[in-house]
Design a protein around this ligand. Structure first.
Ligand code: SF4
Length: 429
């Protein structure tokens, strides 16, 4: 029996940032990929959010997946295993976006999705003839994707687990890594597979790790009908078109949707247009928020600061908008030009990339490019100020008092997020 160690990598810096989150969503990449290994493989999954890597086991193979800010830590892990004679493979967003850099630390790298290439690698491995690169051509048929191996989840994150129904997004926002990851291809899993994963997760709350669950409204509606009988609650990311379709919202609520992360990104139409996201119409935001709330679904707004049209007034204006419209929760990020994206290419050509230290590319602690209408310090100060004000206890109380949605979901998340932010600030002092 051969033994593979699969590692969901998380660096010390990323773990510190995630300390401010109550729900630490389990990443489901490895619990799905585990299903691609033949029966004669023993699989161990280590999620660094919950446990350190074990370097003393007897492994034939170590497989790592990681995002850009964790890459240097991932390379350290890889180098250590390779020095012990363990074959190391790597995949995930950063490897796909910056393959040449990652290749220096691995025996094989996986560019793009792994459903086709990992089985090929395992056949090559059995014959002792692995290749340096396994590049997917972007045509993975999700009907062939394995079912979730939920025994490989380890996080205590207050949810039953994470799964996915769709992959990719048909849109092409300038700053987004999704289109680069999946060659702009949006695909859907068979509904029977989705229902099977959904029903198998033990517990009340399921997280759909989809990039945009409303990308195909008709598919989503049919999927909601199929999962309704299981009487669970769920959340996911969605585009604003989710709020334009009353039937989508009603079926979503009936199937257990209690919360949606909506990528508003900005309240500046000029910023959205420049980021190739003109399908977000700011003049529609108010009505969309009203409709989503009217269906009993709370909203977590995804907001990005630092677009080229943003001036220092954007922070107060955004905060005012979120308050006036009763947004239940918000995730604020500073614009980050991830390598491989059109945004990175443009800013690089304009001489505005300040650092290529990828550990700083986390959207929360560092500004890595020169903003157009403010200094990097103004951007980080404004970002921190909005975070503190939005999650101030008095503002949470006002929000909850006005909220017409499920306070049992929104209240604990707001209060605990606020407490964790305070604790983190206190720790920094
Ligand atoms: S809509 Fe969202 S997921 Fe799709 S490309 Fe834009 S930012 Fe990425």
């Amino acid at each position: 029996m051969k033994h593979a160690l699969l590692i969901t990598v998380s660096s010390a810096e990323i773990k510190a940032i995630r300390q401010t989150r109550y729900i630490k969503f389990q990443q489901c990449t490895m619990p799905y990929l585990a299903g691609l290994f033949p029966q004669d493989w023993q699989i161990t999954h280590i999620d660094e959010e919950t446990e350190p890597v074990d370097y003393h086991g007897s492994y034939d193979l170590a497989g790592l997946t990681f995002h850009t800010p964790c890459c240097y830590h991932a390379y350290e892990i890889a180098d250590k295993f390779r020095s012990q004679g363990v074959t190391v493979i790597m995949g995930g967003p950063h490897v796909t976006l910056v393959p040449d850099e990652a290749a220096a630390h691995a025996d094989s790298i996986f560019i793009g999705e792994a459903e086709n290439t990992l089985p090929q690698f395992l056949r090559d491995f059995a014959q002792g003839q692995i290749r340096k690169r396994y590049a997917d051509d972007g045509t993975v048929d999700l009907a062939c994707a394995p079912l979730l191996q939920k025994q490989h989840f380890h996080r205590a994150d207050h949810t039953a687990g994470t799964m996915f129904a769709t992959r990719g997004c048909p849109n092409s926002c300038e700053f987004c890594t999704i289109r680069c990851m999946y060659n702009n291809q949006f695909r859907k899993r068979p509904l029977a597979d989705v229902a099977q994963d959904f029903s198998a997760l033990q517990g009340k709350v399921v997280v759909f790790w989809d990039d945009n669950i409303s990308a195909d409204l008709e598919y989503a509606k049919e999927m909601f009908r199929q999962i309704t009988p299981y009487k669970k609650w769920w959340t996911s990311q969605a585009g604003i078109q989710a709020g334009e379709d009353e039937q989508f919202l009603q079926l979503a609520y009936d199937s257990g949707c209690r919360h949606l992360f909506i990528g508003f990104e900005s309240i500046s139409q000029m910023s959205l247009n420049a980021a190739n996201k003109s399908f977000n119409q700011v003049e529609r935001y108010r009505e969309i928020i009203r409709k989503i709330h009217a269906h009993g679904i709370s909203i977590q707004a995804g907001i990005v600061f630092g677009f080229d049209c943003d001036t220092p007034s954007v922070f107060a204006e955004t905060l005012d908008f979120l308050r006036k419209n009763g947004i239940d929760q918000a995730t604020f990020n500073m614009l980050t030009p991830y390598p491989g994206t059109p945004l990175f290419t443009r800013l690089k050509a304009e001489g505005r990339i300040l650092t290529e230290d990828w550990s700083k590319y986390n959207s929360r602690t560092d500004v890595v490019f020169q903003p157009k209408h403010m200094t990097p310090q103004q951007l980080i100060d404004g970002f921190n100020d909005v975070n503190q004000k939005f999650y101030r206890l008095s503002h949470i109380v006002q929000r909850i008092a006005r909220s017409r949605t499920n306070w049992y979901w929104t209240l604990p998340l707001n209060v605990i997020y606020s407490m964790l932010l305070t604790w983190r600030r206190w720790k920094r002092c």
